[in-house]
Design a protein. Structure first.
Ligand SMILES: NC(=O)c1ccc[n+]([C@@H]2O[C@H](COP(=O)([O-])OP(=O)(O)OC[C@H]3O[C@@H](n4cnc5c(N)ncnc54)[C@H](O)[C@@H]3O)[C@@H](O)[C@H]2O)c1
Length: 322
């Protein structure tokens, strides 16, 4: 089928576009390259350097009439959204609206939307199911939640099929340090550069914040399954496993040692720093519904995912490509 992937030069979107190409689909990638890298775009995908808020994007959708639009383009930084909520909403709300209007006009069958569990549920005590009431605590969380609500409205009003995927903290090759699971890229970059990173913590969570780290390939599988299933659903894409920043760091150190990489002095006792304002203490999502509806499974352990992320970084550091 013909699929248009927005944000397809970015971290997650490029892996999704790759998988669609490899599955035999005709893939169009739209990205304004504000955060993405054209080297991430599969050579067999058609690339359009376009902004989703631009009328030219709507024209492209009308001209190409894809069967599915997979929507990953977004303003992804929580701190930026706090600094400039208007710009965040312009991309994440108005950009998504433009996409939905274009989709209806072009007769697109389905929209798959990359949303965020972490930001939408806010601080939570235990792994949360999708029914948990939203508690958006940043303009980014508000704009993604608003995007979800518009998608539902378009679904109900115009019969546009959709699946909303609420990701936990996604990590893996091609990750940028400033996204939601940027800590993996930050730790890896620091340790490979011979520096020991700081672990941010609250007084009552001395081993850092609790998160749910899901490997990008597992996220890609959910996007493949959503092509033919999960219509009308909002689904957590997560492991359900609680991992502290400290545990993440120690697992990474173990993986680096196993791969024979020498670590800087003090790597076993990283300094602690105070959590930054707004850092959620705990964000872990229950993936039971995605298991049931999509028959999706988070297959990659944290250790294996970190090992694969590292080997990608090593190959690309050597060859100088992204
Ligand atoms: N990384 C995570 O852990 C995580 C968690 C939850 C949700 N998400 C969501 O997944 C999606 C992808 O995130 P990512 O981590 O891969 O980030 P990313 O920055 O690598 O990807 C976003 C892409 O969108 C492009 N883009 C931004 N604004 C655009 C615009 N106006 N027009 C066209 N293209 C534009 C960027 O150039 C970039 O390539 C986002 O929607 C994000 O909200 C990510």
């Amino acid at each position: 089928m013909k699929i248009l992937v927005t944000g397809g030069a970015g971290f997650i979107g490029s892996h999704v576009a790759d998988a669609y190409v490899e599955a035999g689909h005709e893939v169009l990638v739209v990205d304004n390259l504000s955060g993405g890298d054209p080297r991430n775009v599969h050579p067999r995908a058609r690339f359009f350097k376009l902004d989703i808020t631009d009328p030219a994007f709507e024209e492209l959708v009308l001209l190409e009439r894809p069967e599915v639009i997979n929507h990953h383009a977004a303003q992804i930084s929580v701190p930026f959204s706090v600094e400039d909520p208007h710009e965040d909403a312009r991309v994440n709300v108005l950009g998504t609206l433009r996409l939905l209007q274009a989709a209806v006009r072009a007769g697109v069958r389905k929209v798959i939307f990359a949303s965020t569990g972490g930001a939408i549920y806010g601080d939570v005590e235990a792994p949360v199911p999708e029914e948990h009431p939203p508690n958006p605590q940043s303009p980014y969380a508000l704009s993604k939640l608003t995007g979800e609500m518009y998608i539902r409205w378009f679904g109900e009003t115009h019969g546009l099929a959709f699946t909303i995927l609420r990701y936990a903290n996604v990590y893996g090759p091609r990750q940028v340090p400033h996204g939601e699971a940027g800590v993996v890229a930050i730790f890896l970059e620091a340790l490979l550069a011979g520096k020991v990173p700081t672990i941010y913590a609250y007084p009552d969570t001395p081993d850092g914040m609790f998160r749910d780290y899901v490997f990008v390939e597992d996220v890609v599988n959910a996007n493949l399954l959503a092509l033919s299933g999960g219509d009308g659903e909002t689904l957590n894409i997560a492991t359900g496993r609680t991992v502290s920043t400290g545990e993440l760091y120690r697992t990474l150190v173990t993986v680096l040692r196993e791969e024979g990489i020498s670590l800087p002095e003090g790597a076993d006792s990283p300094p602690r720093g105070p959590a930054r304002p707004g850092d959620l203490k705990r964000s872990v999502l229950l993936p039971a519904r995605a298991r049931k509806v999509l028959r999706w499974e988070p297959r990659t352990s944290l250790r294996e995912g970190l090992r694969r992320t590292l080997s990608h970084v090593q190959v690309h550091h050597r060859s100088g490509t992204g």
